[in-house]
Write a protein that binds this ligand. Structure first.
Ligand code: NDP
Ligand code: OXD
Length: 310
């Protein structure tokens, strides 16, 4: 069995190779573009791979995505047919995302920006916050990341609402689903957190129409993908006062171009796509275990489906 590692964008193939070899030093790993004999490749581990490059392996049995979001794979118009695709679902990634969501929800809830302004002016001024029990935090996407973050927020005493594609019932949360559930979901929120995958249905979902359905003075946190947002519509909602603030971890173009209006907008907080990350120590054992399992006839772990888009 030979495994090809093809990792683009901000990651070192060598670092990941070392992580996989730490799991099993006997692995036959090839680093893109040094494929060797394409017929020997039975598994590929990819992150932002070169489109069209996966068709050359006649014995490919599984494609493993190095992260949680799989849109970079699905955007390849030349994906090999009938090869299962697995993604990462990892406890550390999930915990990190919950930390990110908690950090920014609490920052808005406790009106921390105002506190900082008063400090800068050496003013001893009390900044009251609402009762969490009267404050609803809404999650677009209630999968591995959204659900865990929502549970943490609920456990702090906030009201929680969630929106998913399929119907769900979750203790202590108001659940909505499908296009018809979106309006009722949005109507009562103080903060909207986006943890959706990027698909044909979710691309551009944060637009004028959606933002208009949020209550005035609400907040938006996006750790899904930049393409979920129509940037001009988000800026207009911030400027009109519909939104009191936005925290953005992901962007249409990353790194965010220096001239982009988000950088200097007084109501925008930017983080450089670091809400949650996959680290070799955590995910290499899972990926190698999955590859060995598939090659020995087991079903792939955390499989994603092209027709669903995630
Ligand atoms: P999951 O696949 O586990 O969950 C996706 C959720 O979105 C599910 O609840 C799903 O509904 C819902 N959903 C999908 N399509 C729709 C739709 N059309 N309408 C309504 N709901 C929909 O994904 P994860 O939670 O693991 O990850 C979510 C995303 O987070 C990733 O795809 C990635 O883009 C992003 N991410 C960002 C990181 C960062 O650092 N900023 C790090 C890691 C991931 P249902 O439950 O019905 O299937
Ligand atoms: C992911 C990410 O999808 O880091 O894993 O964005």
């Amino acid at each position: 069995m030979a495994i090809l590692i093809q990792i683009g964008e901000f990651h070192s193939q060598e670092t990941w190779r070392d992580g996989f070899l730490a799991v099993d030093p006997e692995l036959d790993l090839r680093l893109w573009p040094d494929v060797g004999d394409p017929a020997e490749i039975e598994a590929v581990i990819v992150w932002h791979h070169v489109h069209g490059s996966l068709t050359q392996f006649p014995n490919l049995k599984v494609i493993c995505n190095l992260g949680a979001g799989v849109e970079a794979i699905f955007h390849d118009p030349d994906l090999p047919a009938d090869v299962p695709i697995s993604r990462v679902v990892d406890p550390r990634l999930t915990r990190s995302m919950a930390e990110y969501v908690l950090l920014h929800v609490l920052r808005y809830h406790r009106r921390f920006a105002e506190n900082q302004e008063f400090q800068a002016a050496r003013q001893w001024k009390y900044v009251p916050s609402d009762d969490a029990a009267d404050t609803t935090i809404g999650f677009l996407g209630m999968g591995a990341l959204g659900l865990h973050s929502a549970e943490k927020i609920r456990n702090l005493g906030f009201r929680v609402a969630g929106w998913s594609r399929t119907e769900k019932s979750i203790e202590g949360m108001e659940m909505y689903h499908g296009p018809e559930g979106l309006g009722p979901f949005l109507g009562g929120l103080k903060m909207l957190v986006c943890l959706l995958p990027l698909t044909a249905e979710t691309s551009g979902i944060i637009n004028n129409d959606l933002l208009a359905q949020l209550p005035d003075d609400s907040f938006f946190i996006n750790a899904g993908r930049g393409q979920h947002v129509v940037d001009e519509d988000l800026l207009a909602a911030l400027d009109s006062g519909k939104l009191s603030g936005a925290t953005l971890d992901v962007f249409h173009v990353e790194p965010l171009p220096k001239e982009h209006a988000f950088w200097t907008h007084p109501k925008v907080t930017i983080t450089p796509h670091n809400a949650a990350d996959s680290f070799p120590r955590d995910v290499c054992p899972q990926i190698i275990g999955n590859i060995k399992g598939v090659l020995s006839g087991k079903p792939p772990m955390n499989e994603v489906k092209l027709d669903r888009g995630y």
